[in-house]
Design a protein around this ligand. Structure first.
Ligand code: UD1
Ligand code: CA
Length: 454
């Protein structure tokens, strides 16, 4: 059987005033990915054939985000916020392409799973023209109520328009809906705004479909999946749910999370086999950890690739552009940025390695700093393989340390060091015999004089 085509319409025209933020609501993030990004990701994983996003006027940032995430998506502007059905019709030209199925989602409901979207579409392949995602609400306040008759959904009643007995219903509208493409325009265009709020309610589609002798059904999911986000508190709750899911799938994939609840992951964090993550580690966006690597406590990683068997932390900071080779070691209080650390190389203590290349098996001693920034530009440091950088050295970039070279500790290196050479660049040590005891003698004399004056 030929796969059914599907248009996904994501409604994102809301202003999100309750977030109290200059940023558009759907661009707030959980697990390192925008709310809209989560929705578009779920949509992408259900093999839709076209995606449309409805934004509000002037929401250029949202449009740009859509184009970045799904370049082929169509962006429609809903000029006035006149209700969810009005918003869907902003994408009318896409609907008129007559996809088999249409999915309507909200940009602020990021926890929806791809499999649920497939379940929701399934009734359309049988005899239903509308399928609505419902959930048993712990607190139904504010939600539309699903009015059922057997397995048929006969109406959705918005809370403001509901009677007392309808309000007692706890099966609520999660907001996500699937509509058959062949009847959608006819249904949507019959929706009017004769209700308390004077809005065009998408939820009215159910009663209209029935009046057209079409069938509507409800598909039930857990409340978590249809959690909408309006406030920062709800954003934090959704973050907690997303983290639980990510930890769970990491554990399922064989990652050892010693204390899962203390590890923060991003939606795109990737792990190989036999990775160990100690307690209290934060994975920002774009981190890949290969087989057998160990990420020790209190480390913060973002934009980093960790090679096989590498060791990171405790207390390491890996910033974007970090690439750690197989078996390399980045120890405590070491910060790495835009740097390739080749296989077997080590920087075990208290260093900054930025805009750098560290060759295989090189040893970067404690307190080594690549001085990569001159106040206006960034410069590169290259450390050859098997090189040894003595502790507390400053490598003033641009500079190259040749393969196998030694840098004496405490050096300030401003010129390239040839392979296998020793470079020492520090003040000579001078020794003054007896100097300290003479100083102490002078001090105690001074104190006695002060006493005698009392
Ligand atoms: C809606 C449903 C309600 C359901 C609830 C689930 C309607 C009429 N009601 O109510 O049954 O229980 O969601 O959370 O559909 N939007 C636009 N343009 C508009 C209006 C809304 O883009 O003109 C977008 C919003 O940005 C939001 C979504 O549609 O992402 C839902 O709108 P909202 O006003 O939050 O609907 P609710 O009143 O919560
Ligand atoms: Ca809402």
């Amino acid at each position: 059987m030929k796969a059914r085509s599907c248009l996904a319409i994501v409604l994102a025209a809301g202003e999100g005033t309750r977030m109290r933020s200059a940023r558009p609501k759907v661009l707030h993030a959980i697990a390192g990915r925008s709310l809209l990004g989560h929705v578009l990701d779920a949509v992408g994983k259900t093999n839709v054939t076209a995606t449309a996003v409805v934004i509000g006027p002037g929401q250029n940032e949202v449009a740009a985000a859509v184009k970045h995430i799904v370049p082929e998506a169509a962006v429609f502007v809903q000029q006035e916020r006149r209700g969810t059905a009005h918003a869907v019709l902003a994408a009318k030209s896409a609907i008129e392409q007559r996809p088999d199925d249409i999915l309507v989602l909200y940009g602020d409901t990021p926890l929806i799973r791809p499999a649920t979207l497939s379940h929701l579409r399934a009734p359309l392949a049988n005899d239903a023209d509308i399928a609505v995602l419902g959930f048993q609400a712990a607190d139904p306040t504010g939600y539309g109520r699903l009015i059922m008759k057997g397995t048929d959904l006969i109406a959705i009643r918005e809370e403001v328009d509901a009677s007392a007995s309808e309000r007692a219903i706890t099966l609520c509208n999660g907001g996500i809906m699937a509509l058959a493409g062949k009847t959608a325009v006819a249904i949507l265009e019959r929706i009017d705004n004769g209700n308390r709020k004077g809005e065009y309610y998408l939820t009215d589609a159910v009663e209209i479909a029935r009046s057209m002798r079409l069938r509507a059904v409800a598909v039930e999911v857990e409340e978590d999946e249809v959690r909408g986000i309006n406030t920062k508190a709800q954003l934090a709750e959704a973050e907690a749910v997303a983290q639980q899911r990510l930890r769970h799938s990491a554990l399922e994939a064989g990652v050892t999370l010693v204390a899962p609840d203390t590890v923060y992951l991003s939606a795109d964090t990737k792990f190989g086999r036999d990775v160990v993550v100690e307690p209290y580690v934060v994975f920002g966006e774009k981190v890949t950890v290969e087989d057998g690597a160990v990420i020790r406590s209190f480390s913060h990683l973002a934009g980093a690739h960790i090679g096989k068997g590498a060791s990171v932390g405790p207390f390491a900071r890996l910033r974007p552009g970090t690439q750690l080779g197989e078996g390399s070691r980045i120890g405590n209080f070491v910060e790495v940025k835009e740097a390739v650390i080749e296989a077997g190389a080590k920087a075990n203590h208290l260093s900054y390695i930025g805009d750098a290349f560290v060759g295989a098996n090189a040893n970067v001693g404690a307190g080594t700093i690549t001085c990569n920034y001159d106040g206006s530009d960034k410069h590169r440091t290259e450390i050859g393989k098997d090189a040894f950088i003595g502790s507390n050295s400053a490598l003033v970039a641009p500079v190259k340390i040749g393969d196998g070279a030694y840098v004496g500790s405490g050096s300030v290196i401003t010129q390239d060091v040839p392979a296998d050479a020793l470079a020492l660049a520090r003040g000579r040590q001078t020794v003054k015999e007896g100097w300290a005891s003479r100083l102490r003698g002078l001090k105690s004399l001074g104190k006695k004089k002060a006493h005698s004056r009392d």
